[in-house]
Design a protein around this ligand. Sequence first.
Ligand code: ADP
Ligand code: ASP
Ligand code: MG
Length: 425
Amino acid sequence: MRVLKFGGTSVADAASLGQVTRIVERAAASEQVMVVVSAQAGVTDALVGAADHGRVEGLVATLARHHLGCLQAVRGPGFEAAQAAVAHRLGELEELLARPPGNQQRPAWHDAVLACGERLSVPVMVAALRAAGLEAAAFDATDLVVTDASFGEATVDQRATRQRVASWLGNLSTRVVPVVTGFIGGTEDGRVTTLGRGGSDYSAAVLGAASGASVIEIWTDVAGVMSASPRIVPDAVRLPALTFAVAREVAELGGKVLHPKTMEPAERAGVPIAVRCTFEAEQPGTVVGRCCRSARRAIGVTGVEGGAAVARALAGLAEPIDGSDLCVVGVVRHEAGKGRGAVARHAALLDRLRLPTMAVLASPSGHALLSLHRGFHLRRVVSRLHDVLVHGRTEDREHDRGRASLAPLPAFGIAPNGLAVGVRP
Ligand code: ADP
Ligand code: ASP
Ligand code: MG
């Protein structure tokens, strides 16, 4: 079994669905496949806007235009059934939005609204695959991925999920290509939950682990996991191989291409993850798996403003600093923070590059060196570190030389979590 997950941009229009269809056809020719799909790009954001801010005007009509437009373009034998499924789902969404409940029921209602994105996407994908002659069928992850009732970010019960998936696959013809909603699960009593934003990658990993897949393929709109976000660093390079631990660190520090939870079920089940580009399907992408030599050498530079990553970094500091408006930049590499003096050397590099830094520490996993900066320095710090550490460009640029030197970081101490840390007041 191969699990193929397609993200929002991969399913957003007829041309992309054509690419996806070719990828699934090729995979299905050699192995049984399971397809996991996200909502079309922008749809979950629009549903959040409706649920949280009442932006409902024109929403159902827009969703109808997009999904029915894609269906018109693919046509084929599954057309009528898919059209009816989309219309039914849009009717349900309209009803949900017309009757927002009181506070107590609100989280469950919110998840039911957000779930509509993936539930609209699945019938369109099924129709596209059927038009290409594949025997595709729609499945709702509410019946497969068992979760608790923590709406908004539900926890998956992996053992119950494994049982559900085993009995489902046991009754499914191997000719059928199942197309499953990403991002959502269901409580034991059948209420829909969501797994957290960007959670379709995690869905794919949970389903891949539960089905004993040979690989979990995450098909997206970039060449793979890159040495930095291509939106910050246009000349970022593809990282061919990563360990699970390093991939998790990249994801937790803002590398949006994989949801941070994706690695856990895959690693536990020993299933590698392949990150591939839908629009350059012949390119090799990135493999995330158990350690190999090249995986140890990969370097990623990540950056994220505020949020959980900054809170975690602050928790590692010996002395408290004001955490508002901060960003954390990570240089991620296998065991980056474990060598003697690694933190001090990183602090010295930041200093030589004249990058205004508030604190330097190793991440608790030991696979990243972290630095804290004011939020507005994020792009500059990521770009400079990437230039020097990934491209090996000289540290001594005109640009750096002209600037006044900053006071050196104070002596390093040991933080409560046992990691070396330097803080600039
Ligand atoms: P999908 O809809 O396929 O799940 P996402 O938007 O969630 O796609 O993730 C892919 C995006 O992640 C890319 O378009 C890219 O801009 C962004 N990104 C951020 N950091 C990285 C990184 N280190 N490597 C690759 N992509 C990254
Ligand atoms: N559609 C969901 C989101 O936008 C899940 C995903 O795309 O992975 O958060
Ligand atoms: Mg994503």
